[in-house]
Design a binder for this molecule. Sequence first.
Ligand code: SIN
Length: 266
Amino acid sequence: MEIRRIAGALGAEIHGVSLGKLSQSETDEIRRVWLENLVVFFRDQELTPEQYMAFAKRVGQPIPYPFVRGIEGFPEIIEVKKLEHEKVNFGGVWHSDTTYLEQPPMASMLLAREVPPAGGDTLFANMYLAYDRLSERIRALLDGMTAIHDGEMLYRGRYGSDDAGKVYPRAEHPVVRTHPVTGRKCLYVNRFFTTRIVGLSKIESDGLLQMLFRHVETPEFQVRFRWQPGSIAFWDNRCAQHRALWDYYPNRRYGHRVTVAGDKPF
Ligand code: SIN
């Protein structure tokens, strides 16, 4: 197995491995490299849905994605598909996945099936680094704070106009969480879902969140991944955020995504 780090902040490509037939020692090594680099990338992995699920099960427990139906026979695999005429970009704002859940996912993975001739890259950002680079005073201020993460911003009105009165999932999580495996602290607020810091007035909360959202988006915290058909990205949602770029209209982009169960942030 060959490991090539591809940015200073996070991200490594893993070569010389076939995810369709992994040994236990290869799985352990992938997990080690993943924990160290937050997101790992594989090339030329033309996996069948069965092989893809088998890989996901080796690294965790795959779960269905809220409100989105899985592909035929595989409820945990969803299509991330952008057709020529479509205007909604799935994952186009910096976020960690479905943080409005009480137990947000540990990880996610995306397998590219069709990519545009140019563009459609995904950005990932290192939230350990984002936390470390805050001043000591701001780190002290955030210590012990919690924030509300709300699915409504994303989902309201998306599935027809008949969702009046529908309650979307929301959860309260620490603004700074501790990674359950590495024990390191990371910033855990995101522009997609975090709506309010608990115990602050609206103006205080809005101001502090805007500052943190902009800080999270610092280019030096990022890696940018260029997809090819058969590429896989496997990211740690606890300590990384991501954003899918939509700069390829009117071309298509299509992939299969799997979400892996996590636990309650602390
Ligand atoms: C997402 O999972 O948020 C989208 C990732 C992508 O399409 O690159």
